[in-house]
Design a protein around this ligand. Structure first.
Ligand SMILES: [Zn+2]
Length: 313
């Protein structure tokens, strides 16, 4: 809220940080504070005025919330969620019309990295020539996926992770078992940890079993069918955690900050035998599969490929 109080609000803010760190909540609180008619002394929204009530009902005419959506008329069960040019064009029209409350017009674009190229280009025009009293807040956990032309027009604001002790206490108060492990897996982001919950920990354990099978003299390949049932983009992210743990141990011998703490002894054995160059090639292979998440690649085949490469690291 300091930006607002200092009366030097930029036209566009890029709010980035780990998934689940509360960025989107912050963006909404910031919008509410900007639109509230009787903000508190500390700058926060009052929650009672007509503007605040409209925001709560998601009907404030000067506030637009954009989220990735499936394509129209899709028949796919798992459609790809994107932000398309039509959505951004509508938004830009809205932002260039006059404010209904003679105040700010605000757009919050969540998961902004999901903007398709044409959509990003359409937004760029508005970012280059923003109207008076407009604020565009781009929220993302993957700022590097946004075009540099967009990023350079925004004031970047990194959303820090909350203090880990407080996060842990908070998670325990929510009744989350294994809060410590969940927080590690969520890279320190408490909201994400809560979302991933116990189910994800079981799924992570399955992945761990597959990845340590080789060290135990079994073959990883027999786990491919089970792993194929996990949500692909999430499980591939977990696999990347294993790769980064391996690189950390291999490259620096530094054991602090390992994500897969539970499997540290196995990771150490793997780090001894793995070839660093092959690990980096494997890393690129996983990234490639994550980028192609929209392409219908047979998941079992994908995991078979990955596990064969993993065993050969
Ligand atoms: Zn208010």
């Amino acid at each position: 809220m300091q930006l607002k109080q200092a009366q030097r609000m930029p036209h566009a803010i890029l709010l980035y940080g780990e998934e689940g760190s509360g960025k989107a909540d912050f963006a909404q609180a910031l919008s509410a504070a900007m639109l509230c008619q009787q903000p508190a002394e500390n700058g926060e929204a009052c929650g009672r005025c007509s503007a605040c009530q409209l925001i709560a009902a998601e009907t404030h005419p000067d506030l637009a919330l954009i989220q990735p959506a499936p394509p129209e008329n899709t028949k796919s069960k798992k459609p790809v969620l994107n932000i398309r040019i039509d959505t951004i064009r509508q938004l830009c029209n809205k932002l260039s019309s006059t404010s209904q409350f003679e105040g700010y017009r605000i757009a919050v674009i969540e998961n902004a990295d999901r903007m398709l190229v044409q959509a990003a280009n359409a937004l760029l025009k508005t970012l280059e020539e923003p109207g008076e009293r407009t604020l565009i807040v781009l929220v993302t956990s993957r700022p590097f996926r946004l075009p540099i032309t967009i990023r350079s027009r925004c004031q970047s604001l990194r959303f820090p992770q909350p203090n880990q002790d407080i996060a842990l206490q908070w998670l325990q108060a929510q009744g989350l078992k294994s809060a410590e492990i969940a927080l590690k897996y969520a890279h320190g982001a408490p909201l994400l940890a809560l979302r991933q919950q116990e189910e994800a920990i079981e799924q992570r354990d399955l992945l761990a079993k597959a990845l340590i099978a080789g060290i135990n003299g079994e073959t990883s390949l027999s786990y491919a069918a089970q792993l194929a049932d996990l949500p692909k983009d999430i499980s591939l992210g977990w696999l990347l955690d294993w790769v980064s743990d391996l690189v950390r141990l291999k490259n620096t011998g530094l054991e602090a900050g390992i994500i897969n703490e539970k499997n540290r002894p196995y990771l150490k054995k793997m780090a001894q035998k793995a070839d660093l160059k092959r690990v980096f090639i494997f890393h690129d292979q996983v990234i490639e599969y994550i980028r192609k998440e929209s392409i219908a690649l047979n998941p079992q085949l994908l995991w078979e490929n990955l596990l064969i490469s993993w065993d050969a690291l």
